[in-house]
Design a protein around this ligand. Structure first.
Ligand code: FAD
Length: 385
């Protein structure tokens, strides 16, 4: 990629080596057993890979956002489960504190998160509010110096293995999204309980759980930043998260292409490698072209963020396109593998199951189209004035 710096390439090489040595050998096993790879995360922390885009004084590695996206892509090339948990921890676990935490909150929690001493989780989604995340029902009621939280969160990545959660609750329901506040909750806090783990299609080694809040008393010092800013904070975090989910899609799509290209040279039918048939070459050519286009979009969003320029729409476009490219690439990879692709003997069926998440998490493809469409019409209307 023409605009990568030496630092980006160094990150790519380092994470690729680490992922191939430490993560790849366990990928099929954690998919089969649904066991969270705690040991891998200890090693990721030791390598400084659990706080890549945060400053060193906050315990991070001090790299830019594009470096972080490249790292997620490299991890996803070998294991979607590990990439999803790493992305959720970094963007959704550390991000709220880095961007909106008070100096005291940062001092107390952020270094422990960015170093990987503890993992972070983020609870926005509820059983009855997903795409319409502002429609949440969890309530927080003020009681002296405390807030009392009651409600339920759904689909919380890393929830069962985290040391710290950020959750949203209605503090002034009549104000709708302007009356939502984010709270920091430590694992083990009375009234905060992890529920059942979801039995998922893909990313099965990534821990995803229900989370219950029952008369959970949270001190006012644990309000993230300011009261009633929670919805805006989470929307900003999601804009960043979409870059990492786009990067995860790139890694899975690339893995599918690499497997398919290799298999097409090994598998012989009609007396020659199937890669010699034009029908197979055309599929590989489409995959390669689409992946390169998707990479340009996702990396552009990361670069814009690093330059301090507006990036939200580019992040939505990158995630939308890369996730659908990953979907198509994984389906083509299975097709190229024929019957073997439909079995667990080859990893392409896992790539397909893991890639499906990227069209759903951190805003579905439909939600990305809504964001992009609204922005397009707003700009058009402005131009017509
Ligand atoms: C593995 C996994 C991990 C996750 N991790 C987290 C996490 O850590 N924290 C967290 O808070 N959440 C998490 N989520 C939740 C995720 O963000 C939601 O699943 C997602 O936002 C969609 O919400 P939903 O599942 O309720 O679907 P719904 O919102 O019910 O959508 C169902 C369908 O309707 C479509 N739809 C909805 N509204 C519209 C509309 N206005 N126009 C057109 N189509 C529409 C959707 O696109 C989708 O196709 C996770 C989800 C998964 C699967």
């Amino acid at each position: 990629m023409f605009f990568l710096t030496d630092e980006h390439r160094m990150m790519q090489k380092m994470v690729r080596e680490f992922a191939e040595k430490e993560i790849a050998p366990k990928a099929a096993e954690i998919d089969r057993t649904c066991e969270f790879p705690a040991d891998t995360f200890r090693k990721l922390g030791q390598q400084g890979l659990l706080g890549i885009p945060y400053p060193e004084e906050e315990g991070g590695a001090g790299f830019d956002y594009l470096s972080y996206a490249i790292a997620i892509e490299e991890v996803a090339r070998v294991c979607g489960s590990t990439a999803l948990s790493m992305a959720a921890h970094t963007t959704l676990g550390c991000g709220p504190l880095h961007h909106f935490g008070t100096p005291e909150q940062k001092e107390k929690f952020l270094g422990r998160l960015t170093s990987g001493e503890i993992l972070g989780a983020y609870g926005l989604t509820e059983p009855n509010s997903g795409s319409d995340s502002g429609g949440m029902q969890t309530r927080a009621v003020k009681d002296g110096d405390h807030w009392v939280l009651n409600g339920q969160k759904a689909w919380m990545t890393n929830g069962g293995v985290a040391g710290m959660y950020t959750v949203t609750a209605l503090t002034e329901p009549e104000k709708k999204t302007q009356g939502i506040t984010a709270f920091l909750i430590e694992a083990g806090q009375k009234g905060a309980e992890v529920g059942a783990e979801y039995d998922k299609l893909g990313c099965r080694g990534s821990n995803t759980v229900e989370f219950f809040l029952t008369d959970c008393r949270v001190h006012k010092s644990m309000v993230l930043g300011e009261v009633n800013r929670g919805f805006h904070q989470f929307m900003e975090i999601l804009n960043m998260g979409r870059i990492s989910i786009g990067a995860m899609a790139l890694g899975l799509a690339q893995a599918a292409l690499d497997s398919a290209a290799k298999y097409s040279l090994e598998r012989e039918q009609f007396g020659q490698p199937i890669g010699h048939f034009q029908a197979i070459q055309f599929m590989l050519a489409d995959m390669a072209t689409e992946i390169e286009a998707a990479r340009l979009l996702v990396y552009q969003a990361g670069r814009l963020k690093d330059l301090g320029q507006p990036f939200a729409i580019q992040a939505s476009k990158g995630k939308l396109f890369a996730s659908e490219v990953a979907h198509r690439a994984c389906h083509k990879a299975i097709q190229i593998h024929g019957g073997y692709g439909y079995s667990k003997e080859f990893p392409v069926e896992r790539y397909m199951r893991d890639a499906k998440l990227t069209e759903i998490g951190e805003g579905t493809s439909e939600v990305q189209r809504m964001i992009i469409g609204r922005d397009l019409l707003k700009t058009t209307a402005k131009g017509m004035q």
